[in-house]
Design a protein. Structure first.
Lengths: 182, 79
């Protein structure tokens, strides 16, 4: 059988952008595709022991963010009604609100709550599932140096840090290589 | 349709993509070839994803049904 290799390049360190690489990788691996994620630039935060716990989603500069409140908030009297009105009037939190201190944390906790209620796995869970499915998690050596991250600062179960050349060598060694940039 | 007696049941109710597929894969690993896994899901995405998973991995999707608003799949592990 021809070998199939999927490599995903994760470059973003926000909560929402941590999901696509982890979901795609875990599923691809469970379908029998040899899969790796190359974590570079802010993507490194997804596999950073401390920083992974504080991934955030920012309303500012994110006009696509919908004004959605978790179902539990909507079910609360008064607050739920206000939330309902806000959702029907505004397509999303006004951009100017993003500069209010605490807004990013509020949006992040709302998003996490919503994900939990909808049965969406957490980043930690998805990383575990990726490891179980045999996904290779590769930190980028150059970005580690740039940000001053040590290998011990990153979570367990990673491959050794690699550079672009080794990464391409790995992917292109397959009969059917595929690369996704996130 | 003859009723299918599963060897194991996996309830993924409340879980969303990609968890039903990942848990299905894990559950199948614990079965012997030819045994049947029943998967229950509330994720509408599973209607497309479970058949795609079976097609790709070679496990046989024996039947699909909707029961009490949930999706139920019977998968026979490939021999």
């Amino acid at each position: 059988m021809p070998t199939e290799r999927l490599a995903i390049i994760a470059t973003k360190g926000t909560l929402d952008m941590a999901y696509p690489p982890l979901i795609l990788a875990s599923v691809a691996a469970s379908l029998g595709v040899e899969t790796a994620i190359f974590f570079t630039f802010y993507g490194l935060n997804i596999i950073h022991r401390e920083k992974m716990k504080h991934l955030k989603i920012a309303p500012i500069g994110n006009p696509a963010m919908p004004m959605v409140f978790p179902q539990s908030v909507k079910n609360t009297p008064v607050i739920g009604q206000i939330a309902g009105i806000m959702e029907s009037v505004l397509p999303g939190p006004p951009q100017i609100m993003g500069i209010i201190p605490g807004m990013t944390d509020l949006m992040t906790s709302m998003m996490k709550k919503m994900m939990k209620e909808k049965g969406v796995a957490s980043v930690e869970e998805l990383l575990e599932l990726c490891k179980e499915a045999g996904v290779k998690l590769i930190p980028c050596q150059m970005t580690m140096d740039l940000f001053g991250y040590k290998y011990e600062d990153l979570i367990d179960g990673l491959e050794h840090p690699a550079g672009a050349t080794e990464f391409f060598n790995y992917v292109l060694a397959a009969d059917k290589p595929m690369i996704i940039f996130v | 349709m003859a009723t299918i007696t599963p060897d194991k049941t996996l309830d993924t109710s409340g879980l969303n993509c990609p968890l039903p597929v990942l848990k299905t894969k894990k559950a199948l690993e614990e079965l012997q070839p030819g045994q049947i896994l029943e998967v229950i899901s509330t994720d509408p995405g599973s209607k497309a994803d479970i058949p795609a998973f079976c097609q790709r991995t070679g496990h046989e999707l024996l039947a699909t049904e909707e029961r009490d608003g949930k999706y139920v799949y019977y998968i026979k592990k490939k021999g």
